[in-house]
Design a protein around this ligand. Structure first.
Ligand SMILES: [Zn+2]
Length: 103
């Protein structure tokens, strides 16, 4: 059974506002049309993360707890990469939701 999810999609947030992306010599995943920043509108970020995590084509998942969105991209990688945004910086972590507890 398919459930309908309501999300707001922002395409260029990271590239323009994330200094890590902005410094990249090559265009990031957003610029290449391989990424989106998804803002869940009717479900908590944690529940939405589980939905995103279940999609095996998504190989890059970045959670911005403060801004309430999840970056997803379909980079060509064998294993998924996870990170959280902390003060506009991407910090790689094994569990982006666990970061909240340790803040
Ligand atoms: Zn993004």
């Amino acid at each position: 059974m398919r459930r309908k999810l309501h999300v707001l999609i922002q395409f260029e947030v990271c590239d323009r506002h994330n200094p890590v992306e902005a410094r990249k010599p090559k265009p990031g995943y957003h610029a290449r049309g391989l990424a989106a920043d998804l803002v869940p509108l009717a479900v908590p970020l944690r529940a939405f993360y589980e939905v995103v995590r279940a999609e095996t084509r998504i190989k890059g998942i970045g959670v911005d707890h403060a801004a309430g969105y999840i970056h997803v991209d379909v980079r060509g990688a064998a294993e998924p990469v996870f990170w959280v945004y902390r003060n506009s910086r991407a910090v790689v972590t094994a569990d982006p939701l666990q970061e909240v507890a340790y803040g």
